[in-house]
Design a binder for this molecule. Structure first.
Ligand SMILES: [Zn+2]
Ligand SMILES: [Zn+2]
Length: 447
């Protein structure tokens, strides 16, 4: 956290707000819960984090609270998540906030390597649905699970890049984060018209398996304590090998690991990383839930499913380059140029394929020229759409504020209203916003 928020006063205890969707696949995540409280209290989310840092638990876990690169761990299953859940439980007077993390699955995923992504991700369609149904807008725990790349309900890719400003959300939590809005340009991140990817993706089967299996696992929250007690990794893995007739060698080959690593898992001297646990389940066509509950009746196939490139997480030297697929990139550019796919810039395309944009421009100069024009047009359209949403929200808020002031017997001076709107993060001191506020004041006062 770089911005100092000392000057903002914080009322403790925090309101014990009800978490949304706890113990289901649609559960809110702990960091998003914190931003919701911050929003309700009109303080920056960073102020609450700062309070936890300087509090008694903070001394012990200063790293967990202070380092923004580790804020994603708040939603995970390690000691950081313990610290965050305990800290927020104390501040709100609740006792159940660990339900908004992956802590319950610690027996399955271990304590050490974590399952969450460093950056913030979201499904634009889920957010839009919340807004349209007039529900509270909140961010789901499942979006933060690293192997989950698509929304289990909509099948669209989870987003990390804001459509309006094009910036990547590199951190799970920012000082002034508001659920559903970009931390940089404050644009609304929801979008119901987003189409699923047109490009046939080699990871499709894997991605939808992962999304589904985690959805099922999160839905199992309530029973998990009973089941976790009986779970024994080595034993389950051993049963799986016996049942399917697979060998240590074939499994290690499939997971791109050494045979000794697999045999260490079987003897119980090591536990697979969460990523490898997911991959084992995928290879054996079995869900994480069935794996954890030792229900192996469904799997009797000898053929292990092959992992798509990049899924094993081990990146050998030159490995990445070999899998670069120029025809795929060309097909995607063509899809953009025929309006079958949308993207905000050539740089975003390059990021998607893990290459430098200069390389793409070098190989396909003509396609890139057309694509960048189309992308610019799309970007402009998205920006004006975001602007329109922002303007309507601002107008409504200004109207409410004017009537509030009138009721209190205070003159609704545009300057004062501007100040309030800036404090509420609904406006910036720019000409467009000033104009809207002045116009609304004039209009209402002449009625
Ligand atoms: Zn969704
Ligand atoms: Zn943005």
């Amino acid at each position: 956290m770089t911005i100092k928020t000392d000057h903002v006063s914080l009322r403790i205890p925090l309101p014990p707000m009800q978490p949304i969707g706890a113990n289901t696949a649609r559960s809110e995540k702990l960091t998003a819960y914190l931003t919701r409280i911050a929003l309700a209290m009109h303080v920056p989310a960073g102020r609450i984090v700062q309070h936890m840092m300087t509090g008694s638990a903070g001394q012990q876990y200063a790293d967990a609270f202070g380092d923004r690169q580790r804020h994603d761990l708040a939603n995970s299953h390690g000691v950081c998540a313990d610290a965050w859940a305990e800290g927020l439980n104390k501040l709100t007077g609740r006792y159940d906030l660990d339900e908004l993390t992956l802590l319950r699955w610690r027996p399955l995923f271990g304590k050490r390597s974590q399952l969450t992504t460093v950056g913030r991700r979201w499904c634009p369609r889920c957010l839009e649905e919340d807004l349209k149904a007039r529900r509270v807008v909140y961010e789901r725990l499942i979006w933060s699970i690293e192997p989950v790349k698509i929304c289990p309900w909509h099948g669209c890719q989870l987003k990390t890049i804001c459509h309006a400003c094009g910036r990547i959300h590199r951190y799970e939590l920012t000082v002034r984060q508001v659920p559903g809005f970009c931390s940089y340009c404050h644009a609304w991140l929801g979008n119901s018209t987003i189409r699923s990817e047109m490009r046939p993706n080699p990871n499709d089967a894997y991605d939808s398996f992962v999304a589904r299996t985690f959805e099922e696992l999160l839905d199992l929250s309530v029973e998990i304590d009973r089941l976790a007690g009986q779970f024994n990794y080595a034993k389950t893995l051993h049963n799986l090998l016996t049942k399917t007739g697979a060998t240590q060698t074939s499994l290690s080959k499939m997971l791109e690991l050494s045979v000794s690593t697999v045999s260490e898992w079987l003897t119980g001297s090591a536990v697979p990383s969460p990523r490898n646990t997911v991959n084992i389940c995928y290879c054996f066509h079995i869900s994480l839930t069935d794996f954890m509950t030792n229900r192996l009746t469904g799997c009797h196939s000898h053929a292990l499913a092959e992992l798509p490139p990049g899924a094993s997480g081990t990146r050998k030297k030159g490995h990445h380059r070999r899998h670069l697929n120029w025809p795929d990139i060309k097909a995607y550019l063509d899809a953009i140029n025929t309006h079958d796919a949308v993207e905000i810039s050539v740089e975003a395309i390059a990021r998607k394929f893990g290459v430098a944009s200069t390389q793409i421009r070098f190989y396909f100069p003509e396609e890139c020229r057309i694509a960048s024009q189309i992308c610019a047009k799309h970007r402009k359209m998205e920006q004006s759409k975001a602007r329109a949403i922002h303007d309507t929200q601002l107008k409504a808020a200004v109207e409410t504020e004017i009537w509030r002031l009138v009721r209190l017997g205070r003159p609704p001076i545009p300057k004062r209203i501007m100040q309030t709107m800036i404090e509420k993060r609904l406006a910036t001191d720019k000409r467009g916003d000033r104009h809207i506020i002045a116009a609304s004041c004039g209009q209402l006062l002449h009625q």
